[in-house]
Design a protein around this ligand. Structure first.
Ligand code: ATP
Length: 331
């Protein structure tokens, strides 16, 4: 049995997602203690509970300690199988983060996995659904990963009510040496139950700042009347993305220009992947047993994911410097 200390490094929910996913893939029991110790309110939140419940269903696992606020769980997996089911995280729990926990496992199933997930699609401290589709999945597809994602309705904090369908096809993950790419910039600026000009102003201000740096962009504006009220913007270019969520008191112009600035920070660094994709790729590179990328900054999320992945798989990640960037390679 593997023991993981959930307070290590970043000490957040990602340790849990990576540990449970890898436990299911290598079929080895795991105990995780001190869950989310470094967060203001430690223990399992609805998003984490639903992730573990869904993974337990996919691999017929025996789980102990699965309740809201729990700080220790024991997870004992069996065979992975394809499932077709609906999952409701409730309110605005992050759909992309639940997907992050399930995606590595579903690729190892002998059958397809089809999930319809309800919750939040565009919430703070999480990739947006557009980021998962346009950045994460694009990188993973280069590694042989096969999935399709369909956005049905957006869900914003606090009401949620968003819905997404994901279908994952069994696939073999292979390592890739990711290189910096030069691509056009795309984006989607959206709002719900707010005037049309909110999404438009977000898009216009992002476009304007990108133009000042000589970058042309194609940003769609969308206004809908969904269950929840909110706004946001996701920009992407190759394997770089940026996400910003609107909030009361933050002018739409700032939502757009901050997203553009975050993307520019990534593009100007000329690394292969952005700082968020970097941490997300680690478990897949571990599974593949090879691959590399450069990234602008090594985040605590990335370093923690490396540590957790190394506890489960017989891999070592080397961290070196390459032309002023951080290079991560599987050895
Ligand atoms: N703006 C963003 N764009 C893309 N990915 C993001 C963004 N913000 C966060 N992420 C990703 O979301 C994940 C967040 O993990 P983290 O452990 O912080 O979340 P969590 O499960 O909600 O836990 P906690 O509530 O404990 O913070 C990481 O993979 C991170 O890279």
């Amino acid at each position: 049995m593997i023991e993981i200390d959930g307070s290590y490094g970043e000490g957040g929910g990602q340790i849990l997602r990576t540990a449970i996913a890898l436990s299911a893939i290598i079929k080895e029991d795991v105990t995780i203690k001190n869950i989310r110790r470094n967060r203001p309110k430690e223990g399992l939140k609805p998003q984490h509970l639903k992730s573990i419940e869904t993974i337990a269903m996919i691999c017929d696992a025996d789980v102990k300690g699965l309740f809201p606020g729990s700080t220790q769980i024991y997870f004992s997996p069996s065979e992975i199988r394809g499932v077709k089911t609906n999952i409701s995280i409730g309110t605005a729990g992050s759909i992309p983060l639940l997907m992050q926990s399930i995606m590595p496992i579903a690729a190892h199933s002998p059958e397809k996995t089809s999930l319809r997930i309800t919750g939040g699609t565009d919430v703070a401290w999480s990739p947006s659904i557009d980021y998962i589709k346009e950045v994460t999945l694009k990188a993973l597809s280069k590694m042989g990963y096969r999935a399709s994602i369909r956005l049905i309705e957006r869900g914003y904090y606090p009401k949620g009510g968003g819905a997404v369908e994901i279908e994952i096809t069994p696939s073999r993950i292979k390592g890739v040496d990711f290189k910096a790419e030069k691509n056009e910039i795309y984006g989607v600026s959206h709002c719900s139950n707010l005037p049309e000009h909110v999404a438009k102003r977000q898009a216009d201000s992002a476009r304007k700042l990108l133009e000042e740096y000589g970058r042309k962009s194609h940003i769609e504006s969308k206004t809908e009347n969904y269950l929840s009220t909110g706004s946001g913007i996701t920009l992407w270019s190759g394997l770089m993305g940026s996400v910003n969520i609107g909030k009361k008191g933050l002018p739409a112009e700032n939502v757009g220009s901050q997203a553009a600035q975050m993307l520019l920070d990534e593009l100007l660094a000329k690394a292969a992947v952005d700082i968020h994709l970097a941490d997300q790729l680690i478990p897949y590179m571990g599974i593949a047993g090879n691959g590399s990328f450069t990234t602008r900054e090594l985040t605590p999320h990335c370093l923690t994911n490396i540590h957790v992945t190394e506890q489960f798989l017989d891999v070592h990640f080397a961290i070196t410097r390459d032309n002023g960037l951080n290079k991560i390679s599987v050895e």
